[in-house]
Design a protein around this ligand. Sequence first.
Ligand code: ADP
Length: 297
Amino acid sequence: VVVCVGQVVTDHTFRVDEVEPPPSKTTARGYAPSVGGMAANAAIAVVRLGGAALFWGRVGRDEAGEELRHVLEAEGVDASGLVMAEGARTPLSAVIVDKRGERSIVTYRGERLPTDPSALPLERLAEAGALLCDPRWPEAAELAFRAARARGLASALDAEKSEERVLRQLVPLADHVIFAKTGLTIFAPNLPPEEGLARALTTGPLALAAVTLGEKGTDWRCPGMERAATRPAFPVEATNTTGAGDVFHGAYTLAIAEGQGVEEALRFASAAGALRARDGRTPDRAMLEELLAGDTD
Ligand code: ADP
């Protein structure tokens, strides 16, 4: 079981040929709403890949919030830790994907969402094999990380772009910290990525600091390593890279919960991220195992 804590939003995805510079009008070739948000996508990935996931997050008690809860449950995620707040508005994103699969995202983070995490069912960490948090509900992430550390439960942070203060707060509390490129730049401005990862390792008892670099793969570093290593990406033709990072984080944390080592978990997660980028959908376990079996690396 992986407990996933953080963001859930409705993604409104528009497919276009080109994103024109403003002022402009563009006609979409296709449109689909779906569940998005880092921790929610990761939770769905955990289930698709054969694990069980609990999702803890916050939405408004509105139509969009009800729909997100319904979709998470339909995906097989235990959403009983989803806080639905009266008077709050559920976050949403506009995702524009061009014909090369590159995306532009505008996110509305909702309004009047509760900050107090005390409603979360922390006792359920007892069933978990690992914890994954994103930085979009920092109070909840901090509470969950501290509880996990007290129990000796392995934890991972999806260190996406967010306020520097939030990254500084959360990085020392997680065992495995996986930055997005912009997250690492905010955490360690003016440092080359390799040294930024080294700095992250000095903040607490971390087992791994890594940064995902899309098709360039993942640079990673564990305590005691002279320098960072690169886990190359699996070569695929990307059609939609939305959520590749989220799926990567979900897969990585599932691998840790299953007892895989860091290198093995990075390889497993890279395969999951690559398939997501190729197909625009989260792969199932059989697809992932097939890709891993065909890879002699
Ligand atoms: P984010 O979505 O957070 O920006 P990335 O784009 O870095 O994250 O993707 C996360 C991981 O997913 C990468 O480290 C890589 O392993 C995999 N991935 C992403 N895009 C591609 C791609 N075009 N080809 C192969 N693998 C990819």
